[in-house]
Design a protein around this ligand. Structure first.
Ligand SMILES: [Zn+2]
Length: 197
C-alpha cells in the first residue's frame, strides 16, 4: 500500500451552489486545497511513474484527522482520540482528496472501487493537530472473496486487512489489538468464565 500523509486541515467539497448566471461560486477554497494536496501527493510519489495507478481498479483508505477545538481542551482530563461526528460529511471529504489525486495517484477517480473512510478527532496531546492519511493500493481482479479484503476487529470494531481469511467462528483481531495483547486477555477471560461455570 502506498501511504501518503497530507498535513492540511480536512476540507469537504461544498455542494455546488449556483449564483446568478449559473456559475458555481465558493470554489476558490476547494481549488486551493486541492492544489496544495496535489503538491504533497506529488512529493510523495516522486520516484514513481505518474500517475502511479494509471489504470485498473484501486482501493483507498482515507483517514481524516480533525483538530480538537480549544473549547474542548481540559487541563485535568485531556480528551483522547475519538470519532469525529462534527461538521463535514465523509463523502464530501473524500471527493476533495480523490479529485486532487487525479493524474497523480490514478488517471481518474472512477478507478476507486473500494474505500474505507474514517473521521477522527485528535487527542489533546496529539503531536499532529490535523491532516489526511491516504492509503492506496491496486485491487485484485474480481471475483475475490470480499471478506478476504477487509475484516472487522472483534475487539475494537475497526476495519483492517487480514493477512489470512478470518474464521467466522472465532474472534478476529486487528494488528493494533494483537499488539496490545487483547487476544490473550480475551482467551484468559474465557478460560476463567469456563472454570466458573
Ligand atoms: Zn482491534
Amino acid at each position: 500500500m502506498l501511504d501518503i500523509f497530507i498535513p492540511l486541515e480536512p476540507y469537504a467539497m461544498p455542494r455546488p451552489r449556483f449564483g446568478r448566471g449559473g456559475h458555481a461560486h465558493n470554489t476558490d477554497k476547494s481549488r486551493s486545497w486541492k492544489q496544495a494536496a496535489a503538491i504533497y501527493m506529488q512529493m510523495a510519489v516522486r520516484e514513481y511513474e505518474k500517475p502511479v495507478f494509471a489504470e485498473g481498479p484501486v482501493g483507498v483508505r482515507l483517514r481524516f484527522y480533525f483538530k480538537l477545538p480549544k473549547s474542548a481542551h481540559r487541563k485535568g482530563d485531556p480528551p483522547k482520540e475519538q470519532w469525529h461526528i462534527g461538521r463535514m460529511d465523509f463523502d464530501n471529504l473524500a471527493k476533495t482528496v480523490c479529485d486532487a489525486a487525479n493524474g497523480i495517484l490514478w488517471k481518474d477517480d472512477r478507478q476507486v472501487s473500494q474505500a474505507l473512510i474514517q473521521k477522527i478527532r485528535v487527542a489533546q496531546d496529539a503531536t499532529i493537530k490535523w491532516g489526511v492519511d491516504v492509503g492506496v493500493w491496486e485491487l485484485e481482479e474480481l471475483p475475490v472473496d470480499v471478506s478476504d479484503d477487509l475484516a472487522v476487529c472483534s475487539s475494537c470494531g475497526m476495519l483492517y486487512s487480514p493477512t489470512r481469511r478470518p474464521n467466522p467462528d472465532r474472534r478476529n483481531y486487528c494488528p493494533k489489538c494483537k499488539e496490545d495483547k487483547v487476544p490473550q486477555r480475551d482467551a484468559s477471560r474465557d478460560y476463567y468464565d469456563r472454570k466458573r461455570r
